[in-house]
Design a protein around this ligand. Structure first.
Ligand SMILES: Nc1ncnc2c1ncn2[C@@H]1O[C@H](COP(=O)(O)OP(=O)(O)OP(=O)(O)O)[C@@H](O)[C@H]1O
Length: 244
């Protein structure tokens, strides 16, 4: 189980401090899927980066299975069982895809094992397994390799930041199947940042983050009607502005 207590994240801003996350408290039980959604710039990625140890909170606590991991750095948190797929995955010039997958899995993988992992995210394995993880890969290819690295190992908690961004429809449906499988097995908890209805509808819990705070959090039944209401308001405003 992951639990946060009153997380506050601030950054230096023009000689002062700007608050990006303001007293964020929530929990994700074992095997549960939490989808975090909300407007651009609301603080979703900041929250994900705080959970995995990239951002240091100013105050507050993070617990994984009741162990206080607040002071763990990113490597320590990965070893504790947290996997993360970036919104914009980093590239590693000179590193073959197979090596990156082995590093992510924490053991030397055979070529067939790497190929199976790549196929699971919709990549034609033989074409990619020996490619370099550099700027020659397209955004969507990179995104799918990144997702494969998280799936290469069983974690206590996997965090995906907008996994749908930039990937084609066919790969998206494979991704949904993979999330469904993980969710069904209940061995790993999932936190997925997403704007996609299909992903939001899979959630046990939905959290709306806006302006650095949790605007709403609850079951689908509690939060979806609110989200649909917000969507209708936006459509209405667009119609009044003559956008459609
Ligand atoms: N290091 C930083 N310094 C200053 N401002 C920052 C920093 N990191 C993030 N922000 C700001 O914090 C806010 C939240 O950013 P964040 O990336 O968490 O939003 P998000 O909800 O993930 O947005 P999106 O849906 O567009 O990905 C934004 O206004 C962003 O500009």
């Amino acid at each position: 189980m992951l639990r946060t207590e009153e997380l506050v994240v601030k950054v230096d801003d023009e000689g002062g401090k700007k608050c990006l996350l303001d007293h964020i408290s929530f929990e994700v039980k074992d095997g549960e899927m939490l989808v975090i959604t909300g407007p651009n710039g609301g603080g979703k990625s900041t929250l994900a980066k705080t959970l995995i140890g990239i951002n240091k909170p100013e105050s507050g606590k993070i617990y994984l299975n009741d162990v206080d991991i607040t002071d763990y750095d990113i490597n320590h948190r990965a070893n504790a069982g947290i996997g993360y797929a970036f919104q914009q995955p980093p590239r590693f010039k000179g590193m073959p895809v197979s090596r990156l997958l082995s590093l992510a899995a924490g053991k030397e993988l055979t070529e067939p094992e790497c190929c199976r992992m790549l196929s699971e995210v919709g990549l034609c394995a033989e074409e990619y397994v020996n490619r370099q993880v550099d700027g020659t890969l397209s955004g969507g290819e990179m995104k799918r390799i990144e997702i494969a690295t998280v799936l290469a190992k069983e974690h206590k908690l996997c965090v995906f930041d907008e996994p749908e961004a930039g990937i084609d429809l066919w790969s998206f449906s494979m991704l949904i199947q993979k999330f469904e499988e993980i969710h069904r097995q209940k061995k790993q908890s999932l936190i997925v940042i997403s704007h996609q209805e299909k992903i939001i509808e899979m959630a046990d819990q939905i959290m709306i983050v806006d302006d650095g705070i949790i605007k709403r959090m609850g079951s689908k039944e509690e939060v979806l009607p609110y989200l649909n209401g917000v969507k209708k308001c936006h459509e209405c405003a667009d119609r009044m502005e003559g956008k459609f």
